[in-house]
Design a protein around this ligand. Structure first.
Ligand code: PHE
Length: 477
């Protein structure tokens, strides 16, 4: 069955795809992961991954989606058959569906935190608050599974509601207003951090001074008896974050590509999205790190980083109640527009292949994801020390709770692996003429050839190189 829906313009696709890309990954995840990995060198590797691996893979996804005109599972099936290959290639779509379930299950819990912060901001909880006080508010929230469940349920409900309606109606209107607003608010926050934190340059240095020692030798401190062991963990995290932040490797962008008019140029569209996405992440970092240093907080303090630092700043600024509330409202919107793209591929597949109604499909899948989310909720309180894979012995999985596992396995394994296979398919399996037709690449278009070179060699080798180097971490024993 063919997908009938189409974006009403190229601009709408850019907005929707940017809405998918810009989300918690940029504002919540990027700063705390960069903080945990020592800053500048991590940011550099992250940006290198976005431009050398991320953009080519995103282009490949859009191309496959638009050519396949269906949900990722069926699009991959159709294109594999078209290329006279085994339909097993639709496994890419399946792994994307599983990744989407896992990601949305914890994503919704974190988006729930942002929801919970809106009433807190509005009621002035943070006015004049100390760093300790802000930490306390965050810890009290995450220690309470029932509260987290409430907000997680609300966010999943909101997501199911929109997807059940069909993406085109509400979504296009919402993103076209909200995304630019979020962007300007972030710029305003960065200006605030620059003017009033007194530690702006320290934040800038942290984000842009490339200290590879901090990336490759985490925690290295011989004087205090911590031995220095070389590790690729940070590089793997940078690559994983690039995939996560661009929404690639699991079919979300492929799905949106299916709704893209044939005349839209893929290269410039993708570059626009990737630049917008990276800018938002960097702006978030520039807003957050000066506050971290001004208040003597630890850059590597983990998932709570944004939820502790920004409220301190809002608590000190004039009009902080308004700005703070607006910020968390926009953060929820950013997360919401990303959540759509996590749920849409599987819902579209159920509608296409099982003739389910959109609402039944959205409610059914949404319910399963909601259930799965409970495991992440408990990872912040009652089950924070429960390590389900501890029996595997001494490796990276052994010390992770459910939330950490879902996050690690999706970002650092499933998305890069999905991206690798998408790259191989687009570069080596699809026919030259099919590729050229979608990319408008005949006869010697420079952007087409650059893409082909990147997707053929740079992307697969890059992903493999990082994987193989990081494999030492995965050793079982
Ligand atoms: N890119 C989104 C973010 O940065 C998350 C996401 C990942 C969305 C994968 C869709 C697919 O928040």
């Amino acid at each position: 069955m063919q997908t009938a829906a189409q974006w009403s313009s190229r601009w709408m696709f850019i907005l929707a795809a940017t809405g998918s890309a810009v989300g918690l990954g940029n504002i919540w995840k990027f700063p705390y992961i960069a903080g945990e990995n020592g800053g500048g060198a991590f940011v550099l590797v992250y940006l290198a991954c976005v431009f050398s691996i991320g953009i080519p893979v995103m282009m490949a996804e859009i191309m496959i989606g638009r050519r396949g005109q269906q949900s990722p599972i069926n699009a991959m099936h159709t294109l594999a058959v078209e290329a006279k290959q085994h339909p097993i290639w639709k496994g890419i779509g399946w792994s994307g569906v599983i990744a989407g379930f896992l990601i949305l299950s914890f994503y919704s819990v974190i988006a729930g935190w942002a929801l919970a912060y809106i009433p807190k901001m509005l009621s002035g909880t943070f006015s004049g608050i100390t760093p300790e006080g802000a930490g306390q508010v965050f810890n009290t929230l995450t220690a309470n599974p029932w509260m987290l469940l409430l907000w997680h349920s609300l966010f999943m409900g909101m997501t199911i509601f929109v997807i059940a309606q069909g993406v085109e109606k509400g979504l296009e209107k919402a993103v076209s207003v909200l995304m630019p607003t979020l962007f300007f608010l972030l710029v305003a926050l960065v200006i605030y951090a620059a003017v009033s934190s007194g530690h702006f340059m320290q934040g800038v240095h942290f984000l842009f001074d490339t200290d590879f020692q901090a990336l490759f030798y985490p925690g290295c401190n011989p004087e205090q008896g911590v031995t220095c062991e070389m590790s690729w963990q940070g590089v793997l995290s940078a690559m994983g974050l690039a995939f996560f932040s661009l929404s690639i490797g699991m079919g979300a962008i492929m799905m949106y590509g299916a709704y893209l008019p044939k005349t839209t140029p893929i290269t410039s569209t993708t570059v626009t999205i990737a630049i917008a996405d990276s800018l938002v992440a960097l702006l978030a970092g520039l807003a957050i790190f000066p506050i971290v240093f001004a208040n003597g907080l630890d850059p590597s303090s983990g998932p709570g980083l944004v939820f502790v630092t920004l409220p301190i700043a809002f608590g000190q600024m004039d009009g902080g109640v308004i700005f703070g509330s607006l910020f968390f409202i926009l953060l929820v919107f950013a997360a919401w527009t990303s959540a759509f793209s996590l749920l849409e591929p599987v819902v579209a597949w159920l509608v296409e292949s099982w003739q389910l109604s959109r609402s039944h499909a959205a409610i059914g899948c949404g319910f399963l994801i909601w259930l799965l989310g409970i495991l992440s909720i408990l990872s912040f309180n009652n089950w924070s020390d429960f390590h389900p894979l501890a029996f595997l012995g001494d490796n990276v999985f052994a010390t992770k709770n459910f939330f950490d596992l879902f996050d690690y396995i999706t970002s650092n394994i499933m998305l890069p692996l999905g991206g690798l296979f998408i790259a191989i398919f687009a570069a080596w399996i699809m026919s030259h003429s099919a590729r050229c037709e979608e990319m408008g690449g005949e006869p010697a278009d420079i952007s087409y050839h650059t893409w082909l070179f990147l997707i053929r060699y740079v992307t697969p080798l890059g992903v493999l190189l990082v994987f193989l180097n990081a494999v030492g971490l995965l050793k079982f024993g």
